[in-house]
Design a protein around this ligand. Structure first.
Ligand code: SF4
Length: 115
């Protein structure tokens, strides 16, 4: 398996956005994250391109993404005060969509930092 070295990779885990990380990776996973802190190393080394899990779960059963979106929409539509929560490790574009969704639902937005 060929190992590639990626210079100046950016870590998006904690918000410091360190951009001097050196990654050593093959097609499936990152094996080294030089200059990343312990959190950054955990972030880089524990995500793989392997397909380990179903695309989605509904009530613990494997489902398609379309089925999961439909189920999520039903839950959100029927909620009294929907909370859009999390969004760590997501892109700015995805966070923007979450805020728009919360606005549409007259819901709330919170991030994991409130813990
Ligand atoms: S390497 Fe560590 S400090 Fe830098 S962004 Fe990643 S988690 Fe944050």
């Amino acid at each position: 398996m060929e190992m590639k070295v990626i210079e100046h990779a950016t870590c998006t885990f904690c918000g410091c956005v360190c951009d001097d990380i050196e990654l050593h990776a093959d097609e499936t996973r990152i094996h080294q994250a030089k200059r990343a802190c312990v959190l950054g190393k955990a972030w880089f080394l524990n995500h793989t391109a392997e397909h380990k899990y179903p695309d989605a779960l509904i009530d613990g059963r494997p489902a398609t993404v379309d089925e999961a979106i439909e189920a999520a929409a039903d839950h959100l539509y029927n909620a009294d005060m929907p909370l859009v929560y999390g969004m760590s490790n997501t892109t700015c574009e995805a966070q923007k969509e979450c805020v728009e969704m919360a606005d549409l639902l007259c819901g709330l937005v919170d991030s994991h930092t409130s813990l």
